[in-house]
Ligand binder design. Structure first.
Ligand SMILES: [Mg+2]
Length: 365
């Protein structure tokens, strides 16, 4: 089998819900890079990556200009060797960042080809340890809503069957965060898991002082309190607080996860395959975490279908994030959550192909 053609699609997908905010981002839509790798045997593989803001065009340029020419003529089943070569193609202009965002999309497309040949979805190919995956919901906890709206949205999720929810914090005045967390805990009761996400805007002192106060409300984890490059501060925070520390959505290599874990700087590993270089590196991180008896609870927003399958095949992944429900239908055979549990895809392949409507109507490059 030989690769004959590589096509990229730059997509700008608007959210159908109102604009949403956390402590560092105001979001009205998501940019995607989609990639299709064709073969001489009629099998095509689809991969993707995503970004909150403009700039994904740079990823498309990396794929089109440097990866695609090297892919033509290769056997897609030699994918590990291919990816190694592509990584070193951009060795001097970025070990992480746009080069790896693109590399991840290529990796997914090569996995998709392999899975279609095997005629299995990813989770069955890897070997499942469970046949349904618990979801926790982040869509009720955005920062721009009033406290009353926050309580309304959170309680609505619980009425739909979710028993774990996350809310954003990191307002300019942490006292306001405190009052919002207190109000939500009172509204949802003691039997619901409640997580809080700072999105990296606190310093160590703020994290210690306000993280300690959040312990009053039985918060299940404190997510991304500080700059993710500062592992030492996370280690000190984790030593100081009883509250578990969750990080991972802005950690880009398995070596950084290794350091976090060895330093005791993380309790909940939120590895995201689309921020790593793809499925293989995510599996490495999950295996590493298992060696330290740590749970992996992947960060997701648009990539649930990928992570739910990884979760089903991993013994240390108890649940997967669910949000951005308003654009869940961008995918063919979109994944669904029923009574707080994801259904798993049955179609062979990775299952991460956009609908033809999205590929046409949202294409900007
Ligand atoms: Mg987060």
């Amino acid at each position: 089998m030989k690769i004959t053609h590589v096509e990229t699609y730059l997509l700008d997908v608007p959210l159908k819900q109102r604009a949403i905010t956390d402590s560092q981002t105001r979001l009205e839509g998501v940019e995607f890079i989609a990639i299709r790798i064709d073969t001489d045997e009629g099998i095509s593989g689809w991969g993707f990556n995503w970004n909150y803001t403009k700039g994904t065009r740079a990823v498309q340029a990396i794929i089109d200009d440097t990866y695609a020419p090297k892919l033509i003529g290769k056997d897609p089943l030699m994918y590990k060797n291919i990816l190694r070569e592509l990584h070193y193609t951009n060795h001097f202009i970025g070990q992480v960042g746009v080069t790896r965002v693109g590399l991840c999309a290529v990796e997914m497309a090569l996995w998709d080809i392999k899975l279609k040949i095997a005629n299995l979805p990813l989770w069955k190919y890897l070997g499942p340890v469970k046949d349904k995956v618990k979801a926790y919901n982040t869509d009720g906890g955005w920062l721009q809503v009033t406290q009353d709206e926050l309580i309304r949205d959170m309680t609505a999720l619980i009425e739909r069957g979710f028993d774990a929810v996350k809310m954003k914090v990191g307002l300019p005045d942490p006292r306001e965060d405190y009052e919002r967390v207190k109000a939500v805990r009172k509204a949802i009761g003691d039997n619901i898991k409640l997580m809080v996400d700072v999105n990296t805007v606190w310093d160590l002192k703020t994290s210690i002082v306000w993280g300690r106060k959040f312990e009053e409300f039985d918060v299940y984890w404190l997510e991304e309190p500080m700059n993710p490059f500062d592992k030492r501060a996370h280690a000190e925070l984790a030593r100081t607080l009883d509250l578990p520390i969750a990080v991972g959505e802005t950690i880009y290599t398995k070596y950084d996860f290794r350091d976090y874990i060895e330093m005791g700087a993380v309790d909940i590993v939120q590895a995201d395959a689309t921020k790593l270089s793809g499925i293989d590196e995510w599996l490495d991180v999950a295996a590493l975490a298992r060696c330290y008896n740590l749970e992996v609870i992947p960060h997701t927003n648009v990539q649930q279908k990928l992570h739910v399958q990884l979760a089903a095949a991993s013994s240390n992944v108890p649940m997967v994030e669910y949000c951005y429900e308003s654009i869940a239908d961008i995918w063919e055979n979109p994944i669904k959550v029923v009574n707080g549990y994801y259904t798993l895809p049955e179609e062979p392949g990775l299952g991460c192909k956009f609908t033809d409507k999205v590929l046409t109507e949202c294409r900007i490059g």
